[in-house]
Structure formats: C-alpha cells, structure tokens
Design a protein around this ligand. Structure first.
Ligand code: CUA
Length: 158
C-alpha cells in the first residue's frame, strides 16, 4: 500500500499523541490515585434539615480523623447556612455541603475551593487554612433572581 510521506508523519503523530494522553490519564488515575469529584454520597433533598450532619450546620471539632473540623453548609436560594464561620489558623477543615433546592456554587474566593452543590448530592472538600484573614464564599452557579446576593464568610483567626 502506498502512503504519502506526510500522511505517515501525521499518522505517527496522531498515534503517539493518543498514547501520550492515555498514559497520562492512566498514570494519573492508577498511580497517583486522582479521580473525578465523587457524587457517591447522596441525600434526600427534601429532608436535608433532618439528615445528619446537615441538621447542625456550622463548624464542629472532630477526633481521630485526618482533619480537625467538619464545616457543614446548607445552601438554598439565596443563602448559605451558616453565614459566618470563624476557623482557627492552621486548622485542617473538611467542608461538607449540600443544597435544599436548586444547583448552587460554592467558591471560596482566593483559594482552590470550588464546588458545585447539586440537590440530592453531598459535596466535600478538605483544606488547611494557613493564612489568616477573611474569605468570601460566593455562589458561582446562576440560581435565580437573588444569585448575586448569595454569599457567606469564613474568618481565619489567630
Ligand atoms: Cu446560588 Cu447562584
């Protein structure tokens, strides 16, 4: 079979690129253990207020875990509960959040915390707060007329 030189080059390039991409994903997934954010934890969105830990939103000290505090948030149009949280400097915090109605965002400005909160699912993010100051939590998923008013605050204090 006759193949043009450029066709061969492009074929080799394409196959090589494919191998590189698949290897990258393979190493990332199986060696480094990276995986997409899980949606494995589900919740009845109509019974959020009665379901632990969402029956007690706020900061809770935990023992015997890889993190120091659970920080529980319940989102609904157009607010987060709690509205202000004080976290001791250096604390490792597992943020656990869900929504009672529609999809909301959960972005902590100036950090790498950025979650989507979906009705029926629990979102988690664990983070060490090493810098004192105020952190604004904003909703970055359009959720209705009051979307731009939806915010909360974390104060990291010494
Ligand atoms: Cu909640 Cu936008």
């Amino acid at each position: 079979m006759h193949m043009h030189k450029f066709e061969k080059i492009w074929l080799i390039f394409g196959v090589t690129a494919l191998i590189v991409f698949l290897s990258t994903i393979g190493v990332s997934a199986f060696y480094l253990g990276n995986k997409p954010p899980s949606c494995l934890t589900t919740i009845n969105p109509n019974k959020v207020d009665q379901t632990a830990p969402f029956n007690k939103p706020g900061l809770h000290k935990v023992e015997g875990k890889d993190w120091d505090y659970d920080l529980v948030y319940v989102a609904q149009t157009f607010a987060y509960n709690p509205t202000v949280v004080k976290i001791p400097l250096g604390a490792r915090v597992r943020i656990v959040a869900t929504t009672k109605d529609v999809v909301h965002g959960f972005e902590v400005a100036g950090t790498n915390i950025n979650m989507m909160l979906e009705p029926g699912y629990v979102s988690e993010f664990t983070k060490t707060f090493n810098k004192a100051g105020e952190y604004l939590i904003v909703c970055n998923e359009y959720c209705g007329a009051g979307h731009h008013l939806m915010s909360s605050k974390i104060e990291v204090i010494k």
